[in-house]
Design a protein around this ligand. Structure first.
Ligand code: F0G
Length: 481
């Protein structure tokens, strides 16, 4: 008789990221920082006892929809052996992660890459329209494991949308409380929070303020926190990488390029690569590029100019505190059209440094002009995205121009959120209304809509309409080149 496989929760534990502390906690406990030293927590596994398939094609074979098993339909849980913390009966899934990796030659040309060089991982196809669902399924699963029902987050919009969707789409008694900065969230996302019935608290302040408050509220009221300081969130977000590798037949690309806000995604990606190399499923990680918006460029400043690095788990945090002190002193607030990444105090900074260290990462920034132009090119090239996602494409373009990414490299940019999340920015860019352009984009330094596809205003007369089509269709076609 073979020995019984250990119960699945036995394999997983929580561990403090700080190597001086390294305190461990059971996954049956709920902590959003290390109770010993306050640092971030990681989920770790005893991989020697885990039954991870040696051949990753096993994950793809589960994809067959025969039987419609929700765990195999989910683009997160069909990789469940790589995040083995949850008993199957506790898993909370709404069909997240059925997303596409798209070869995107037209956008690749804009970025400066050879044909076949650029792929876009289209996370806007998730049920709530952004990559957040990958993390929510894992965090909701843990919440269910510890019998939490009141769940909260601070958000620039997508986390709150995902939280609201998960609460309303599951019949498990979850109640959503979300904190957003007033006037700081794109309409598509606010619409989701409201429509899905979340208690929506708009505080006077920005995301960084809301983040501080939600942590205090979670402490005080014992509410379960769904931001990416929750280490279970990041376990789910590792699956974005698994799906990319799967789509590339487990051939590692040269680069993964991701926008950086609170730095949960980049942190999760780094952890995924550390584990995949450890497990022998890939030989080497790709290089990682994290792209800030110029108006919220904490990571770029700290890594690029102030030489902050992982330093074997002991980054020089005094440099971070000094920078934050300067921001406070100068009353600098994050400000970018890419509202999803309008964040100056990224909570996962340390984990992102680990990811950059393991993946020989680089950090860059994109201006709002570059972001909006890249967004228009992404839209014209096929599936669209919201401004924050376009930062990845704009950043890749900049890195190609600087010679960091070679023209012949194979690059995957993560399109983190759906085009319809922020119609205001899109319409302001394309529409001819100068007043609207100035109000929404001009005030942020965007001077021209280089790739605008302007609507043509015509009298309601058939001849005028036909004349307009004749007059403008040539120009329109040129615009789409
Ligand atoms: N792209 C989109 C569309 C986002 O919504 C976010 C973050 C990011 C990129 C940045 O990802 O935080 O993992 O570095 N949105 C969070 C929110 C902060 O509240 O929805 P990150």
């Amino acid at each position: 008789m073979p020995a019984l496989a250990p119960p699945i929760t036995d394999l997983a534990y929580q561990e403090c990221l700080n190597p001086v502390c390294s305190a461990r906690f059971s996954i049956d406990e709920t902590h959003f920082s290390c109770p010993n030293c306050g640092d971030l927590l990681d989920i770790q596994y005893d991989w020697d006892r885990a039954a991870v398939p040696a051949d990753p094609r096993v994950f793809s074979a589960r994809r067959g929809l025969e039987g419609n098993d929700p765990l195999n339909v989910s683009g997160v849980w069909r990789f469940r052996d790589l995040l083995p913390f949850a008993p199957a009966e506790k898993i909370v899934t709404i069909g997240e992660g059925q997303t596409l990796l798209q070869r995107a030659d037209k956008v690749g040309e804009f970025v400066g890459l050879a044909p076949g060089g650029l792929y876009l991982q289209y996370e806007g196809m998730n049920p709530s329209g952004s990559f957040k669902d990958n993390g929510m399924t894992a965090a909701f699963t843990h919440a269910r494991m510890v019998n939490a029902t009141r769940v909260a987050c601070a958000s620039t919009g997508n986390t709150s949308a995902a939280l609201a969707v998960f609460c309303s789409a599951t019949d498990l008694g979850f109640r959503a409380i979300i904190f957003v900065g007033s006037g700081k969230i794109a309409y598509g996302k606010l619409a989701q929070a409201l429509d899905h019935g979340a208690l929506t608290i708009q505080i006077v302040g920005d995301f960084d303020d809301a983040m501080q408050r939600v942590q205090q509220v979670a402490d005080r009221l014992g509410v379960y926190l769904m931001n990416s300081v929750n280490p279970f969130r990041l376990e789910g977000q590792k699956a974005i990488i698994y799906r990319i590798l799967e789509a590339l037949a487990w051939q590692v690309p040269d680069w993964i390029v991701v926008p950086g806000g609170n730095l949960g995604n980049s942190s999760a990606f780094g952890k995924a690569f550390i584990e995949l190399v450890h497990l022998g499923l890939i030989e080497r990680p790709p290089r990682l590029a994290v792209i800030n918006a110029t108006g919220a460029r904490t990571l770029d400043e700290l890594v690029g100019r102030r030489s902050l690095d992982w330093n074997s788990g002991l980054p020089k945090m005094d440099r971070v505190e000094r920078y934050y002190g300067e921001l406070d002193h100068d009353q600098v607030k994050a400000s970018t059209i890419a509202s999803a990444i309008e964040i100056n105090r990224p909570v996962n900074l340390k984990k992102c440094l680990r990811a950059l260290d393991f993946c020989q990462g680089v950090v860059s920034s994109a201006t709002d002009q570059e972001i909006m132009d890249a967004k228009a090119r992404v839209g014209a090239g096929g599936l669209g995205c919201e401004p924050a996602s376009a930062a990845a494409v704009a950043g890749a373009r900049r890195l190609v121009r600087e010679g960091v990414i070679a023209r012949s490299d194979r690059v995957v940019c993560i399109l983190t959120g759906h085009q319809l999340k922020d119609p205001t920015a899109t319409v302001a860019y394309h529409a001819a209304d100068q007043e609207q352009f100035d109000k929404i984009l001009g005030c942020r330094g965007v001077q021209r809509a280089g790739f605008a596809n302007r609507p043509v205003v015509v009298a309601n007369e058939l001849d005028d309409i036909i004349r307009a089509i004749a007059l403008y269709s040539g120009e329109h076609a040129a615009n789409r080149e």
